[in-house]
Design a protein around this ligand. Structure first.
Ligand SMILES: Cc1cc2nc3c(=O)[nH]c(=O)nc-3n(C[C@H](O)[C@H](O)[C@H](O)COP(=O)(O)OP(=O)(O)OC[C@H]3O[C@@H](n4cnc5c(N)ncnc54)[C@H](O)[C@@H]3O)c2cc1C
Length: 391
C-alpha cells in the first residue's frame, strides 16, 4: 500500500493535464495515476486522423514525460472509499490519498450482440488492431455517423479500403449539423467512394463459414463485411463514483472548481458534469480541449488553488479534406443561420436559442474560436441579419 497526496484514477489526457498542473504548484507532492490501459497517457484525436495520414505512432505520447509521477498501468480501480480516503485496484492493491481525481472518461456503447469482428474504437490498442486489419484489402462496415464513425470511415477509405457506412439518420453528423449540411456530407462521402447507407441501422450480424460476416440492416437488407467498426458514442464511467456515494447525473456532478459532492474528490474530463457560465447550464463535454483545460484546472484546485473552470471548450474534426472547429452548444434541433463564403465548403453556422448565440460552427474556417466564444458571451438579441459577416 502506498500513500499519495494526489491520486488520479484514469490514465487519459485529463489525468495527464491534472498531474502536470499539480506538479507545477506542489513540487514535492506525491502524485499517482492508476490507469486501466497498459499505455501511459497519450492523445486520442490522432488515432482517427493523423496516424492514418502518415504521422508516426509515437507522436501520440504526451510530452515531456510526466515529472516524478508514479504510474500504475494496466490496473482498474474497483472501489473507492471516500471516508477512509483509499481505493483498491483489480489486483487487490490498496492506495490511500489526500485528494483524488476521477478522470475515468467513457466507454463505447456496445451493440446488443457479441462478435470478434466488431471493433469499438477508442484506444491505442483499438487503433493498432484496426490498422493491422486495414493493411489487407478487406471490407469494413462502419456503424454510426457521429464523430468516430465519420472519422474512421474516412481514415479507412484513405487507405483505399472498401467502406460501407450504416447511418440511421438522413445524413452524417445529423445531431450536430443542420440537415442540409448533414446530407451534403453524406453525398461528399459517397463521392469519396464510401458506400453510404443513410436511414439504415445495424439489426444483426451472422458469421458465415470462412470468416465472413453478414450484416443485416434495419431495412432487412444484407451485405457482407469482414470487420464492423462501431461508433455509437460513449457512456461516462461513473460506476466508481456511484458506489462511492457521489452525486451522479449524466456524469459525475462537480462544482465550478471541479469538486464532486465529496470535498476531497474531484472529477474532470469526459466523465464530469460541470456548470458552464457562458451557456448558463450544466454540461458534459467529450472533447480534447475540455480534457486538457479542465484537467489542468482540477489539478490546480487539488493543489490548493481556487481556480474556477469557466472555459467554454472548443472541438474539431477532420473529414477527408474538410475540417472544422466548433464552440458551444451545437444541437441541430436549434435554429441555425448559415453564413457561407462558399456553400458547404467554407463558412460559419450560428446556433441560436432565445435570440442568443449558443454555438458556432467554423466550417473550414480557422483561427476564429475566440471570436466565436466572445459572441456566445454576448447577451444579444441576435437574428440572422445581425449575424451576417459577424465572424
Ligand atoms: C478516436 C478518437 C478521436 C477523437 N478525436 C477528437 C477530436 O478530434 N477533437 C476533440 O475535441 N476530441 C476528440 N476526441 C475526444 C477526446 O479524445 C476525449 O474527450 C478525451 O480523450 C477525454 O479524455 P479523458 O482523460 O477525460 O477520458 P478518456 O480518454 O476516456 O480516459 C479515461 C481513462 O481512464 C481509464 N479508466 C476508466 N475507468 C477506470 C478505472 N476504474 N480504473 C483505472 N482506469 C480507468 C480508461 O481506461 C481510460 O484510459 C476523440 C476521441 C477518440 C476516441
Amino acid at each position: 500500500m502506498a500513500h499519495f497526496n494526489y491520486l488520479i484514477v484514469g490514465g487519459g489526457m485529463t489525468a495527464d493535464a491534472a498531474a502536470r498542473s499539480i506538479r507545477e504548484i506542489d513540487a514535492p507532492g506525491a502524485i499517482g495515476i492508476v490507469g486501466a490501459e497498459p499505455d501511459p497517457p497519450y492523445n486520442r484525436p490522432p488515432l482517427s486522423k493523423g496516424l492514418w495520414k502518415g504521422e508516426a505512432e509515437d507522436t501520440v505520447w504526451r510530452k515531456p514525460e510526466l515529472p516524478g509521477v508514479t504510474l500504475h498501468l494496466g490496473r482498474r480501480v474497483v472501489s473507492v472509499d471516500p471516508r477512509g480516503k483509499r481505493l483498491t485496484d483489480d489486483r487487490g492493491t490498496m492506495h490511500t490519498f489526500d485528494r483524488l481525481l476521477l478522470a475515468t472518461g467513457g466507454t463505447p456503447r456496445r451493440l446488443p450482440f457479441e462478435s470478434e469482428h466488431i471493433i469499438y474504437f477508442r484506444t491505442l490498442a483499438d487503433y493498432r488492431k484496426l490498422r493491422t486489419l486495414a493493411a489487407r484489402p478487406r471490407r469494413f462496415a462502419v456503424v454510426g455517423g457521429g464523430f468516430i464513425g465519420s472519422e474512421v470511415a474516412a481514415a479507412l477509405r484513405m487507405q483505399d479500403r472498401d467502406v460501407v457506412m450504416l447511418v440511421p439518420e438522413t445524413g452524417l453528423g445529423a445531431r450536430v449539423f443542420p440537415a442540409e449540411l448533414s446530407r451534403f456530407l453524406a453525398d461528399y462521402y459517397r463521392e469519396k467512394g464510401v458506400e453510404m447507407r443513410t436511414g439504415e441501422g445495424l439489426a444483426g450480424l451472422r458469421e458465415e463459414q470462412g470468416g465472413k460476416t453478414i450484416v443485416r440492416t434495419t431495412t432487412q437488407k444484407e451485405f457482407e463485411a469482414d470487420i464492423v467498426v462501431a461508433g455509437l458514442g460513449i457512456e461516462p464511467n461513473v460506476d466508481l463514483a456511484e458506489h462511492a456515494g457521489l452525486q451522479v447525473e449524466n456524469g459525475i456532478v462537480v462544482d465550478a472548481h471541479c469538486r464532486s459532492s465529496h470535498p476531497s474528490i474531484f472529477a474532470a474530463g469526459d466523465v464530469a458534469n460541470f456548470p458552464n457560465p457562458a451557456l448558463e447550464t450544466r454540461i458534459r463535454v467529450e472533447h480534447e480541449d475540455n480534457a486538457n483545460t479542465m484537467g489542468k484546472v482540477a489539478g490546480e484546485n487539488m493543489a490548493g488553488q481556487a481556480t474556477p473552470y469557466d472555459h467554454l471548450p472548443f472541438f474539431y474534426s477532420d473529414l477527408f479534406d474538410l475540417g472544422y472547429e466548433a464552440v458551444g452548444d451545437l444541437d441541430a434541433r436549434q435554429e441555425t443561420f448559415a453564413d457561407w463564403k462558399e456553400r458547404f465548403r467554407e463558412g460559419v453556422i450560428y446556433y441560436l436559442k432565445g435570440g442568443r448565440v449558443r454555438g458556432v460552427l467554423l466550417w473550414n474556417t480557422f483561427g476564429k474560436v475566440d471570436a466565436a466564444r466572445a459572441l456566445i458571451a454576448q447577451p444579444g438579441p441576435f437574428n440572422a441579419g445581425s449575424l451576417k459577416g459577424r465572424i
